[in-house]
Design a binder for this molecule. Structure first.
Ligand SMILES: Cc1ncc(C[n+]2csc(CCOP(=O)(O)OP(=O)(O)O)c2C)c(N)n1
Ligand SMILES: [Mg+2]
Length: 902
């Protein structure tokens, strides 16, 4: 192996040739075998040689690489199916408009942003798909292919729709102006902002590729469960080479190959640049990715060189050209783009005399113009065709391109190109001339949009292609028919209360089981777990409903003789994802958006360790919210003190804070079985009957306690976020009630601490009313809306926020307590001015008993009692010395350690 630092990793040349004659003999013999006995025989001999090598300790270093040339040689290239001339004209128009919409937007409003260079590099990659491969939602129940578009390439996609007549000039004019012009075009693919157009939000790098893998898998899941046959749908994911730096991009590759997802095609736009500069200036991103994907079992198709290199490769009988192609670094390839042809001659070909000889008939211009594969429709077409025909594994196409292609001095191949949004007149003229657009200098000066007319050959051609392929893309179409949610049978048993000690996690599993058994909605339920089913007591579901496996169960499980054995099945319903919250979340998104992607309602329940939810995969949750997913996220082992033995990394006291930032998420922190049942039922009705684009987060705890029956009329309060649970015990008979009053708000298992505090306070002459606070987020949302309405309607009778209306009629202090940070209850403080005080679990978790933890974080009954007494003392309604006495009696050391490190 060469020690030359410039030799790219994973490429071993084999050292110097010490006996050229002998080498020739071997090669000639090998060629003869190929010629006379065929490739199979040649392959067999090679394998035998390798085997012998291993036997004799002559081994080759591992390489996942093939040489740095196209995977599909010119000889195996299919004929191009389209009209190249017309397609080139279309592409030029699309390029122009995609560029012009960014330039015009930024001319008018500097700072609006937008990207020119990404699409400039990927125009051919999209166009070949648009004209020949990407299938729309045609007739006959076919839902079309699924397209994950590189987010910052969206101007190019809009430009196609503009040509097609789907997008008006006014809309193109209002790129990134979604507020002032309601039909303005969103910056990136946002199903929330352009709900009939974009299907998959992609621009948070890495999430698109991950989601695409799980989408492809979910399509198979639906098929194998007999719910939807999607055999023919392809999932195309377009991504940047820089985007492959994200761990999410490459993190799930083996799932795709393991499950033989040949419905999945990645197209990686290898323009060798990311935002700041080169992706792998000192190496070769295409070779690096080839190794990763091949190693993971993918079918890899490299599209590196354009057709004008074919004759050179053909004429290269010394192997020097391929050698040179392989040894040159990406940083150097980038330089060739910005330097003249003479530089390419000298630096690239000039390294070996044989190469200079090879191109001696080529002018400098010609050398500079030698195209890269990703800009050559024929090469891209060949790759796409091979990809859609390939069976048995997913395919990745690694297409080499130039970032900012066609921009010339304005940015082609320049390190600054990613953020280029302003072109001066000269640069615009260059662009026009380069792509031969029929625009006058005046039109060029203002970067006017160009449309050749609805009956022009270009538009007719494009329309014809799209209609042949089943209609326009992208296009999002949602199911609007409601799925009826059971009104009886499932819920009643959870309303009556349970004397036994149970946890809300156990209750949830029972609710889930009931739903799974329901004849109507049962099959639609998708339980998703990241290797925690046993932790949450869900193993009983394994045998009953089966764990999905695309091959079924090929082995006899060790626990086969047991009642609850680990049963895998082809039609298994549970998605047991293994230890990947990100993957599970991607499955959740796929299932929770199937009302739009597949036109059928699926109802995902993703249950996870609450600590490893929002803070681990928060960006995926945000992307799913953007994609308008529906379903239930369940943060189990919730609470900083309720999960008591696991310490700092496991004990969650803040997922509800993180949940509070997601707009269309309804987050609940329930305490009792009936609360869970009411919330889940309401969620199902909202999402699947009333078709609201919301989703749910529920905390689930593992503390066992009896579940009381549902108080009459509690439903509305449970859903709105707060209801009165228990009035203060009455004073002794005949004694007038002059006791100072407080309100105690509790959530989750800590509601029990509030109830105990109610007794402790009663013993100290204080009347405390206990409320169950199921959702501060919901309370806040209601109050914000009301407050805003009042501000905008100054002369109208002011409305009351729900939370404020509950506490009208007295001025008693309100103490809130939960197993979450103080910030969670503090969300409502503003509507209860001067009377609200929150206790909570701010700070890192610790391993201890629940009692010790609750005392440490000051959320136990004793701490609640002291807080309430102190609030009364501040108002002169309780004696300060009596508060100090209470501290003593309750065993609270005033100098004890403080949990919050700040
Ligand atoms: C998670 C995330 N981090 C950062 C960004 C900002 N960003 C947008 S595009 C880009 C560079 C992308 O490079 P590449 O993937 O190679 O795409 P290209 O534009 O070169 O095709 C960056 C860093 C982002 N969108 N998402
Ligand atoms: Mg790039």
């Amino acid at each position: 192996m060469s020690n030359d630092l410039k030799t790219p990793l994973n490429w071993s040349g084999g050292g110097a040739d010490t006996d050229v004659g002998e080498t020739e003999e071997w090669l000639t013999a090998f060629e003869q075998v190929i010629r006379h006995e065929g490739r199979e025989r040649a392959r067999f001999l090679l394998e035998k040689l390798l085997e012998k090598g291993y036997e004799k300790d002559v081994t080759l270093p591992f390489t996942g690489n093939t040489p740095y040339i196209n995977t599909i040689p010119a000889a195996r290239q299919p004929e191009y199916a389209g009209d190249r001339t017309l397609e080139r004209r279309i592409k030029s128009i699309v390029r122009w408009n995609a560029m012009a919409m960014v330039v015009r937007a930024n001319k008018k409003f500097a700072g609006l942003g937008g990207h020119i260079s990404t699409f400039a590099s990927s125009a051919t990659l999209y166009q070949v798909g648009m004209h020949h491969f990407f299938r729309g939602r045609g007739a006959g129940g076919f839902d079309g292919d699924m397209l994950y578009i590189q987010g910052h390439g969206s101007p190019g996609i809009y430009a196609y729709s503009f040509l097609e007549g789907r997008i008006t000039p006014a809309q193109l004019e209002s790129f990134r102006r979604e507020i002032e012009t309601p039909s303005g075009l969103s910056s990136y693919p946002h199903p929330w902002l352009m709900p009939d157009y974009w299907e998959f939000p992609t621009v948070s790098m890495g999430l698109g590729p991950l989601a695409a893998i799980y989408q492809a898998r979910f399509n198979r899941y639906l098929r194998n469960r007999g719910l939807r046959d999607n055999q023919g749908r392809k999932i195309w994911a377009f991504l940047g080479d820089g985007e492959t730096d994200e761990p999410e991009t490459l993190g799930a590759l083996t799932l795709a190959s393991r499950e033989r997802l040949d419905n999945l095609i990645f197209v990686i736009n290898c323009n060798l640049q990311r935002l700041d500069g080169p992706v792998r200036g000192n190496g070769k991103i295409i070779q690096e990715l080839e190794t990763a994907f091949r190693g993971a079992g993918w079918n890899v198709i490299k599209v590196i060189w354009g057709s004008d290199w074919d004759p050179l490769i053909e004429a290269d009988n010394t192997g020097r050209l391929v050698q040179r192609m392989t040894e040159v670094l990406d940083g150097e390839y980038q330089k060739y783009v910005v330097e003249p042809g003479s530089y390419v001659r000298q630096e690239f070909f000039g390294k070996y005399p044989e190469l200079l000889e090879l191109v001696k008939g080529y002018g400098d211009e010609q050398l500079h113009g030698l195209r890269r594969g990703g800009h050559d429709p024929e090469k891209v077409y060949a790759a796409y065709k091979a990809a859609v025909e390939h069976q048995g594994s997913p395919t990745v196409i690694l297409a080499k391109t130039v970032k900012g292609y066609g921009l010339g001095e304005a940015g082609e191949g320049r390190n600054v190109t990613h953020q280029q949004k302003k072109l001066n007149e000269e640069e615009l003229r260059f662009f026009r001339d380069r792509f031969e657009l029929p625009l006058t200098d005046e039109q060029v000066a203002e970067a006017a949009f160009y449309h050749p007319g609805p009956n022009s050959p270009e538009v007719e051609y494009l329309r014809e292609c799209r209609s042949r392929l089943g209609g326009s893309i992208p296009s999002r179409r949602v199911r609007t028919e409601p799925t009826p949610i059971p009104k009886t049978g499932v819920w009643e048993r959870f309303h009556t209360g349970v004397d036994r000690d149970v946890s809300t996690t156990m209750v949830f599993v029972q609710i889930l089981t009931q739903l799974l058994k329901d004849a109507e909605i049962g099959p639609k339920v998708v339980p998703i777990v990241p290797d925690e089913a046993r932790t949450f007591g869900m193993e009983s579901l394994f045998r009953q409903f089966g764990i999905y496996s695309y091959v079924g169960q090929l082995y006899e499980p060790v626990d086969k003789s047991m009642l609850l054995y680990y049963r895998e099945a082809k039609d298994g319903q549970i998605l047991e994802e293994g230890i990947t919250e990100a993957g599970s979340m991607a499955s959740f998104i796929a299932a929770g958006t199937s009302y739009a992607t597949h036109g059928i309602d699926m109802i995902p329940f993703f249950i996870f360790y609450s600590m490893f939810g929002f803070q681990r995969v928060g960006d995926l949750i945000w992307a799913g919210a953007d994609q308008r997913m529906r379903g239930f996220l369940l943060g189990a082992t919730a609470g900083r003190t309720t999960l008591n033995g696991e310490g700092l990394q496991h004990e969650d006291g803040h997922s509800l804070v993180l949940a509070s930032v997601v707009p269309n998420l309804r987050a609940y922190d329930p305490a009792y079985a009936f609360e869970l049942a009411v919330i889940i039922r309401d969620g199902l009705e909202r999402m699947f009957e009333q078709r609201e684009d919301v989703f749910y987060y529920l905390t689930l705890y593992n503390e066992n306690y009896p579940m009381p029956p549902k108080p009459d009329g509690a439903d509305a309060g449970i859903l709105r976020g707060l209801y009165k649970l228990k009035d203060a015990p009455p004073p002794a008979d005949g004694v007038p009630d002059t006791r100072p009053r407080v309100h105690l708000l509790g959530s989750g298992p800590i509601l029990n601490e509030a109830l105990r505090a109610q007794e402790l306070l009663a013993g100290r002459g204080v009347a405390a009313t206990v409320w169950s606070a199921t959702s501060y987020k919901q309370l806040r949302a209601d109050a914000l809306e009301v407050e805003r309405w009042n501000m905008l309607h100054p002369e109208a009778e002011p409305r009351k926020p729900y939370v404020a209306s509950l506490f009208e009629g007295d001025d008693a202090p309100i103490v809130a307590v939960s197993d979450y940070m103080k910030l969670v209850p503090d969300q409502i403080a503003r509507w209860l001015p001067g009377r609200f005080y929150a206790l909570g679990t701010d700070g890192f978790g610790r391993s201890e008993t629940r009692e010790a933890l609750r005392r440490f974080f000051e959320i136990d009954a004793g701490s609640v009692t002291v807080a309430a007494l102190h609030q009364l003392a501040l108002r002169g309604r309780y004696d300060r010395s009596a508060v100090r006495r209470a501290l003593d009696e309750l065993g609270i050391d005033p100098e004890k350690a403080y949990a919050l490190v700040s």
